[in-house]
Design a protein around this ligand. Structure first.
Ligand code: BEZ
Length: 181
């Protein structure tokens, strides 16, 4: 665990994210191939709402965190947001299946399987108490052209946290913030 940093005014880190993209030229029943994506490319020239959570298929992430942003997506768009991203320290296969399971058609799920983005953000925590290994602390941020303008970090940042704070990284808090701009 690193200290939680105040990243406002800083650029999002540049790491390689290992994604899977559909490519009909691959053929067969499962026409997907690997594609490396530079994280900074996801933010270039765009207004982005971003949130990170500790795990695909986990209860609060699945019942509240992701669904809240999916339900608010159209409101974010009306406020001029280009994309809403959800990142988790899970691999591309898990994130894809979680998105399907959640019927998340608007929010884009970003796999940070090795935790490189999360580590560079200073948001990697141990969750060995749950057998999870390294995961993301819950946070959200508003990013303009790769620069972090606002970040909401859940309180109590710590390894092996016995609780799962979810108070400030929700969609409503982000919407309220964006409406003040
Ligand atoms: C949850 O979303 O409820 C959760 C996340 C990480 C660990 C345990 C539960």
């Amino acid at each position: 665990m690193t200290e939680v940093k105040n990243s406002e005014g800083k650029k999002v880190p540049n790491v390689i994210l290992k994604t899977r993209v559909r490519d009909e030229s691959v053929g067969g029943d499962n026409p997907y191939r690997w594609q490396d994506v530079e994280s900074t490319d996801l933010f270039k020239g765009k207004k982005i709402v971003f949130f990170a959570l500790p795990g695909a298929f986990t209860p609060t992430c699945s019942s509240a965190h992701l669904p809240g942003y999916e339900a608010s997506y159209d409101e974010f768009k009306k406020l001029g947001i280009d994309e809403v991203y959800c990142l988790s320290v899970n691999d591309a296969f898990v994130m894809f299946q979680w998105g399907k399971h959640q019927k998340a058609e608007k929010v884009k799920l970003i796999p940070d399987g090795s935790g490189d983005f999360t580590c560079a953000m200073g948001m990697l925590v141990k969750k060995d108490n749950l057998g999870f290994g390294g995961r993301s602390w819950r946070y959200s941020m508003y990013v303009e052209d790769g620069v972090i303008k606002k970040i909401f970090v859940e309180p109590g940042f710590t390894d092996n946290c016995p609780t799962d704070p979810f108070e400030v990284s929700d969609a409503n808090t982000m919407l309220a913030y964006l409406k003040t701009l």
